[in-house]
Design a protein around this ligand. Sequence first.
Ligand code: SF4
Ligand code: MG
Length: 317
Amino acid sequence: STPLLEVRNLKKHFNMGGGKVLKAVDNLSFAIQRGETFGLVGESGCGKSTAGRTIIRLYEATSGDILFNGQEVHKLRGRNLQQFRSQMQMVFQDPYASLNPRMTVGNIIAEGMDINHLYRGAKRRERVVQLLQDVGLNEEHANRFPHEFSGGQRQRIGIARALAIEPQFIIADEPISALDVSVQAQVVNLFKRLQKERNLTYLFIAHDLAMVKHISDRIGVMYLGKLIEVTTSDALYANPLHPYTQSLLSAIPIPDPHVERSRERIILKGEIPSPLDPPSGCPFRTRCPHAMTECAVTMPAFKEIVPGHYTACHLYN
Ligand code: SF4
Ligand code: MG
């Protein structure tokens, strides 16, 4: 079936002056089916947030295609763009910075409805109360201000705001990274419940593979602006192909003794290179334990190695 979202060869490059170009997102291609959760994972600076912001058109793509329901999002203007924006919403990483401190929670949640002239008066109030309840808050919270809430509660408010105009698709950009470990699981469970109840589709961005395992159907791993591996969550954890994914996973304890993979921790040498000055050939080669001569010469193609499992690495040629 037609994916709800399809991204083809997406690039977002920033001109940094002095002839320097930051290739924050470089040739990303993936698709997300309706009702699916796609986890996008990588260390900070790998381009995952930029990818999310480009898909939702907070940034203009440098090149490439973004298809939503088969519509070319990157070409939408005016009313069509407005219409698209009501279908796709974002939940941000920092629940402290992303809520206007001068607005009541009720008005924050209703903002999208107000912009789209959806509900008024008692009906609007009813919707706000319902949304608060849907995210585990209650009616009396509507008249309060963001500073009166904990981080976890603020993220619930951010989720209610995103849901207010009934989007089909939510981009969640590290929605639990800033929260206490004790509330992270609660917020992940809220995302999961809302997805079931509302048939939502998620792009769930995270810097940590452990965080996305329980919510993602499939996962894409990014390194220096490029997707280096994509497969189902189960296949990624059981049989990671790319040496970078292998190293990320080796840092996570394995709760299931039947999972066959090395428990040996793979410590990478060096730091992530500057995205302004990436290595030639494979972007991971300066830290890869398996790097070969050709890795410095050519960028490995992103290929399907086993059905549904893609990676970009010369080891699989
Ligand atoms: Fe390592 Fe070479 Fe594969 Fe890159 S292409 S991940 S350097 S083996
Ligand atoms: Mg980020």
